[in-house]
Design a protein around this ligand. Structure first.
Ligand code: HEC
Length: 196
């Protein structure tokens, strides 16, 4: 048995070292990128929340649906054009069919969910990485969007949604998966990316 073991060891070592050599070293974010991403991730949802709260007070949740279906994408688009960052929202249980996460986004969202399950406050969660897309380096950033008490009017368990909200959501989003959330859970995340 002994010779087999001593033969296997160098082979194993070569495999391990080979594996290490093939793994690229993590690329650091260029100066300023993380700060810019964090700034946008703080201002974009806050601006939306301001418009949303005002409309909820004015017309109630059924009337405010348009803030989310029309204004939210417009505000993200405007912020994208102004800043040069690609900005979007996605969720593991998306309402808009466009809100399906890509593989990087999915990994971030799944990690956020397990961090919340481990007791970390959803509002503190963020992650970032330099990745290669189409052969070019891209800085990617994610910030969790926690479910707040006001969100459950449109994202809560269906029993908690008013009839007008249910009717409107069903008409706009027949494949809606964005319900059933309770405060503290992660509703989705804001994702930003910019080529380096
Ligand atoms: C008045 C109803 C309403 C309220 C209140 C509301 N949302 Fe939404 N939400 C929507 C609608 C409608 C969409 C689909 C938007 C679209 O078509 O892009 C949406 C989409 C989203 C998305 C994008 C991913 C997806 O599922 O399509 C996220 C993330 C999200 N909402 C988070 C929140 C959070 C967090 C709150 C509370 C701070 C909130 N929403 C409050 C109606 C609402």
């Amino acid at each position: 048995m002994k010779p087999t073991v001593s033969l296997a060891m160098p082979a194993l070592a070569a495999l391990v070292l080979g594996g290490c050599a093939a793994t690229p070293a993590p690329v650091a974010a260029p100066p300023g990128y993380l700060e810019q991403a964090r700034n946008l991730a703080a201002t974009v949802p806050a601006n939306l929340l301001g418009v949303l709260s005002a409309e909820l007070n004015r017309t109630g949740p059924a009337g405010a649906i348009e803030v989310c279906s029309v204004k939210a994408p417009q505000m993200a688009q405007a912020a994208s054009q102004k800043s040069g960052w690609n900005i979007r929202r996605a969720s593991l249980r998306n309402r808009n069919p466009k809100g399906v996460p890509d593989p990087w986004e999915r990994t971030a969202l799944e990690r956020f969910d397990s961090q919340v399950a481990a007791g970390v406050a959803a509002s503190t969660l963020e992650t970032w990485q330099v990745v290669t897309e189409n052969g070019k380096p891209v800085f990617r950033y994610a910030k969790a969007l926690p479910t707040q008490p006001l969100c459950v009017q449109c994202h809560g368990p269906t029993a908690m949604l008013s009839e007008p909200v249910k009717t409107k959501l069903h008409a706009l989003y027949p494949n809606d998966r964005g319900t059933g959330f309770t405060p503290g859970q992660i509703r989705g995340a804001l994702f930003l990316k910019k080529p380096i």
